[in-house]
Design a protein around this ligand. Structure first.
Ligand code: URP
Ligand code: ZN
Ligand code: ZN
Ligand code: ZN
Length: 488
């Protein structure tokens, strides 16, 4: 039966260590990692000689079955996860969108959407408005529902955007529960102004989307979020870092010792805008996402920032809209649903761009695609490691066989692919999720309902010592300095 699996002779790569060893799996759990494991004949044996055995990818940023901009993403939990598994990702963290601002209603809706899951998943939650009910529901989400991260939108004026006052309130609430604050960092008011400018100039095509929200607006919001997080002393996670401007703000903050995490996504790491907006509406519209794909140079700088440790992990922001859905904005780029694919391509593209090119090591690859995500969201080493006792979410990657990306052959329901035609060496040949072989010989064997909800506990390592820093700040306020209002 396939509930017992032995992976023989591969190079087992973890974020902390690599060695040639066998991996033995029973009932969804890794039981042993050591050389020359002997087993009976009721065990499925996979030969991994000359190949890499690594923790399945964890995608920290996806939108499956998301209702957004008047439509719903074409990939739901089942199709998006099947695509993920075919590409070596075995867990993702999706963003619950509240229903009319209600977190509990949003959570219920996403519980339902996720019933068809064929791999493990967790949730972040977006905060889209603010009142006492929302503030109290945050606590319930953290203490009872397994959510330890909240995303605040500084963009999407008129729908998801919140102002600085609410951002600060949200940050403070996050700190009080040990939950991580995440930001979509673009200046939404300035984007609104940029969009008006484009329309006035008669630029209504997809290029207007990019021109209306230049890197400086991402840099400004990233800087503001970082400074506000510092002001109230909370760790901060910046999602989809797309520009040098944003990356440099993160670099500066980290250099000063601030706890800031930066997440680039594969589209931003790999693509640039050369030739993107030229051909025709449908071809161009598929690249529309926020923040937008930048000019050449930003992608290379983000890759370098990953190598040097300025950025810590890679996501996708998988948010799939078909050509028909993208065509809602044929006369006005502001109506093009924002989002691109990536959940299926991330593991191959990071391998190809970063490992094959010599920019990072094997252990770095595992850290950036899996382990660091598990650590940040406090589920390591259950996830993100090939260790005895960890969940059996494992990939076997053959460095000598090739991958090729096409909309024709991918497993997402999308009719397009922003990475169309990209190919290279290093292919995920086997994916094991929850102890099941779900991808082998280019065939998916996925079971709806087999994926589990992974609860994420609050207070990850990012919060260690935060109270000490807070106490130090408070005592500095009482230091014997002469103040205008103090009697001396
Ligand atoms: O264009 C994007 N990124 N769509 C998904 C929503 C978001 O902002 O992450
Ligand atoms: Zn070891
Ligand atoms: Zn976003
Ligand atoms: Zn997103």
């Amino acid at each position: 039966s396939s509930s017992k699996i032995l992976i023989k002779g591969g190079t087992v790569v973890n974020a902390h260590h690599q060695e040639i060893a066998d991996v033995y799996v029973e009932n969804g759990i890794i039981v042993a990692v050591k050389p020359n494991i002997k087993v009976g004949d009721d065990v499925t044996v996979l030969d991994a000689t000359g190949k890499y055995v690594m923790p399945g990818g964890i995608d920290p940023h996806t939108h499956l079955a998301m209702e957004f901009m008047g439509t719903e993403t074409i990939d739901d939990f089942f199709s998006g996860q099947a695509a993920a598994l075919a590409g070596g990702t075995t867990m993702h963290i999706d963003f619950v969108i509240p229903v009319n601002g209600s977190l509990s209603a949003g959570f219920k809706a996403y519980e339902r959407k996720a019933e068809s899951s064929c791999m493990d998943y967790g949730f972040h939650m977006a905060i889209t408005k603010w009142d006492e009910v929302v503030a109290e529901e945050m606590e319930i989400m953290v203490k009872e529902k397994g959510i330890n991260s909240f995303k605040f939108f500084m963009a999407y004026k008129g729908s998801l955007m919140i102002n600085d006052e609410l951002l600060l309130e949200g940050f403070k609430r996050c700190k009080s529960f040990g939950a991580l604050a995440m930001v979509h960092a673009e200046n939404g008011d300035a984007v609104f102004e940029g969009q008006k400018r484009m329309i006035e100039l008669g630029i209504t095509g997809p290029e207007g989307h990019a021109l209306s929200r230049p890197p400086m607006l991402e840099g400004e919001a990233t800087s503001r979020a970082i400074r506000l997080a510092s002001f109230v002393n909370v760790p901060l996670y910046v999602v989809h870092v797309m520009s040098i401007d944003a990356m440099e703000e993160i670099a500066k903050a980290r250099k000063s010792g601030q706890r800031v995490i930066g997440e680039p996504v594969v589209s931003g790491l790999i693509l640039d805008d050369s030739g993107l907006w030229a051909p025709d509406f449908v071809t161009a519209a598929k690249y529309v996402m926020s923040p937008p794909i930048r000019a050449s140079g930003h992608n290379k700088a983000l890759q370098a920032a990953l190598s040097s440790g300025v950025l810590q992990l890679v996501g996708t922001d998988h948010c799939a809209f078909t050509s028909t859905q993208k065509s809602f904005g044929i006369d006005d780029f502001r109506k093009i649903p924002n989002g691109v694919n990536g959940i299926e391509e991330r593991m191959h593209l990071v391998w190809h761009t970063m490992v094959e090119s010599g920019k990072i090591s094997l252990t770095d690859y595992v850290r950036l695609t899996s382990t660091e995500c598990a650590r940040i969201f406090n589920i390591y080493p259950r996830k993100g490691a090939i260790l005895a006792g960890s969940d059996a979410d494992i990939i076997i990657l053959n460095p000598n066989s090739s991958f090729e990306i096409t909309a024709r052959s991918h497993h997402s329901r999308l009719d397009t692919n922003v990475f169309e035609g990209m190919k290279g060496k290093g292919k995920v040949e086997v994916t094991i999720a929850g102890g099941r072989i779900v991808w082998e010989n280019d065939q998916l064997k996925v079971v709806p309902g087999s994926g589990k909800y992974i609860e994420m506990p609050p207070f990850s390592y990012l919060f260690d010592g935060i109270e000490k820093a807070e106490a130090k700040y408070l005592s500095s306020l009482h230091a014997p300095v002469k103040r205008f209002n103090s009697a001396t």
